[in-house]
Design a protein around this ligand. Structure first.
Ligand SMILES: [Zn+2]
Length: 408
């Protein structure tokens, strides 16, 4: 009988015997015996019969509470954990086979194993309710699923990983199922590559999260991505064959005009009177890319977004780029610049200044794209805001951290 059934039965019994408190109320005499009729009256023939079949001990002096899942009857947190996780261990043998098939590096397989059984101490497991905020983005509950799949930072790393994945769109009721979804249908080699790539991403996210909480070396997104690629190579991901993946859930085409060879992705983040702005500049001619960010006081998300667009325009003017497209996920801002009409009077001055700068660019176009396509720059903006970073420009290394469909 599980807890819910037990409660239902006991609630029915309580109506008939409001004074019933303990098992002793169902017993009488010495030596002890069940009050047969009373038990049958309260619990009915079937349930009551079963209770009556329990033999009574006359030797136990005092009442004892027994945790029935443990052999010694003692409750322990560890025991409760294993009990709670039982379902996973039994039903998901496939994932354990994958993790333990011997080809993965032990360090990675142990990490993946801990991740999949839910053994990593994320805040939803141990922190008090008031202290569950994700340190990477400020989301209110740091669960394993949020931290490794949904958080903007991890989404950016998944996208920039050797096997790019839109981690927030992977289906599965828990992390284990999601990992299975990701590797389903892949050839043996590709599956190993995928596992190595996933482990590299999650491990990097976990280290970054711990570095922030416990004090340690934190990286910005480009350096974290480099870390992911380094781990991928270190743990043999590149040995298994060419990195390629044609599955559809990875690549969907955004509505970007392809004639533009220069792309600038922008995003702004706003929270508590502070704005973070970021942009990523990609030259499709030779795949070089760089990025910049800054933060300052501000009063709205729209202001952050407009400032980010301003940053992009400034870069385009400075680089003397001809024919660049700026990608923003803020429809209001995109429409505003298109119609040359400021959506908020408080931002008029900024708006006019950016318009003025825009007129200096040749063939510059501002285009709306879905948020999904700006994961990387979005995390940069959030980071700039959270850490109140000053204006910085950096050169990117490796492939640009964007949805692969942009690179076509
Ligand atoms: Zn987060």
């Amino acid at each position: 009988m599980d807890y819910v059934e037990f409660r239902t039965v006991m609630e029915e019994v309580r109506v008939r015997a409001p004074n019933l408190r303990t098992v002793a109320d169902l017993l009488r005499g010495s030596p002890l015996e069940w009050q047969k009729e009373y038990v049958l009256y309260l619990f009915g023939r079937e349930e009551g019969g079963r209770i009556l079949s329990i033999s009574l001990s006359n030797r136990l002096g005092r009442d004892t509470l027994i945790w029935k899942e443990a052999r010694d009857g003692k409750f322990s947190v560890k025991g409760a954990y294993w009990f709670e996780q039982q379902g996973r261990f039994n039903s998901n043998n496939e994932i354990w086979r994958l993790i333990r098939d011997g080809k993965m590096h032990p360090r990675q397989s142990i990490f993946l194993w801990r991740l999949c059984v839910g053994a990593l101490p994320t805040k939803d497991k141990y922190a008090g309710e008031s202290n569950q905020e994700c340190v990477l983005c400020g989301f209110c509950c740091e669960s394993a699923d949020h931290l490794f799949m949904q958080c903007p930072l991890s989404r950016a790393l998944w996208l920039g990983a050797p096997l790019p994945v839109k981690s927030n769109e992977v289906s599965g009721e828990n992390l284990t199922m999601k990992v299975l979804t990701l590797v389903k249908g892949l050839s043996k080699d590709l599956r190993l590559q995928a596992m190595v790539s996933f482990a590299a991403v999650c491990d990097t996210v976990w280290n970054q999260r711990n570095a922030i909480i416990h004090g340690g070396k934190c990286g910005d997104i480009p350096s974290l991505l480099k870390e992911v690629w380094r781990k991928f190579v270190e743990f043999g991901g590149d040995k298994a064959g060419e990195v390629s993946d044609s599955r559809s859930h990875v690549v969907t085409r955004p509505l970007v005009p392809y004639q533009f060879n220069k792309m600038v992705m922008v995003d702004g983040a706003y929270k508590e009177s502070w704005c973070g702005m970021a942009c990523t500049m990609i030259d499709k001619f030779d795949w070089t890319w760089d990025y910049g960010y800054f933060s300052k006081e501000g009063s709205s998300s729209l202001e952050a977004e407009m400032s980010a667009i301003g940053l992009a325009v400034e870069v385009i003017v400075q680089k003397e780029w001809v024919g660049a497209v700026i990608l923003s996920d803020c429809q209001v801002a995109v429409t505003a610049f298109d119609k040359r009409k400021c959506p908020d009077w408080k931002l008029t001055d900024k708006f006019l200044h950016i318009l003025d700068q825009m007129s200096k660019c040749r063939d510059c176009k501002l285009v709306f794209v879905k948020r999904d396509f700006l994961t990387f720059v979005n995390s940069l903006a959030v980071q700039a805001r959270n850490e109140r970073l000053c204006k910085t420009f950096c050169i990117g290394e490796g492939l640009p951290p964007v949805n692969p469909s942009f690179l076509v």
